[in-house]
Design a protein around this ligand. Structure first.
Ligand code: S3P
Length: 172
């Protein structure tokens, strides 16, 4: 199953981009490229180390480089970091070769899914639920503008993947 175009998954941290991209890959046979993993490979550092050593602005620069490189591929599933759509140039590059799909979940569900893991530097705060709500409020228009929105609450990764393929017209 392929059209030459990429499927680009975005959405807030904890909305299931990683697990849904694996399901999409299983169904379509397309390879997954995880932008955060590419950033870590290129820089030889964990995302959390990039944030703590160089700060978020530097991370966003690197993310844009990787978004452009990744957008030059074809027939791949791209799992983009949750902040990748905040920059217009990233959206432009990624939507040039792919269909952007935005996974959505409610803040309480996001908190449950992100748990206490320490690999999300933006959520290492005293009140992560408050932070999630603030970031979601700010980002909502970016996610809505970026592409197709899929609500994931109550759905399994497999169901989300199938819904994406139906909505993109790849599957009945
Ligand atoms: C970020 C999301 C993270 C990672 C970085 C910043 C964000 O990716 O890119 O910590 O700004 O939402 P995931 O959404 O895959 O966790």
């Amino acid at each position: 199953m392929s059209s030459g175009r990429n499927i680009v998954l975005t959405g807030f941290m904890g909305t299931g981009k990683t697990s849904v991209s694996r399901e999409l890959s299983r169904i379509t046979g397309m390879r997954v490229i995880d932008m955060d993993a590419e950033i870590e490979k290129q820089e030889g550092m964990k995302i959390s180390e990039i944030f703590s050593s160089f700060g978020e602005p530097r991370f966003r620069e690197i993310e844009t480089e990787i978004a452009k490189k990744t957008a030059s591929k074809h027939d791949v599933i791209i799992s983009a970091g949750g902040g990748a759509v905040l920059r217009e140039e990233n959206v432009k590059a990624l939507s040039g070769t792919g269909d952007i799909v935005c996974l959505w979940a409610e803040p309480e569900e996001i908190l449950k899914r992100t748990g206490r893991s320490d690999d999300r530097p933006l959520l290492q705060v005293e009140d992560p639920l408050k932070k999630i709500k603030e970031l979601l409020d700010f980002r909502r228009p970016f996610y809505e503008k970026a592409g197709l929105r899929i609500d994931t609450d109550g759905l399994s990764p497999r169901e989300v993947a199938e819904e994406i393929l139906r909505r993109l017209g790849w599957k009945k």
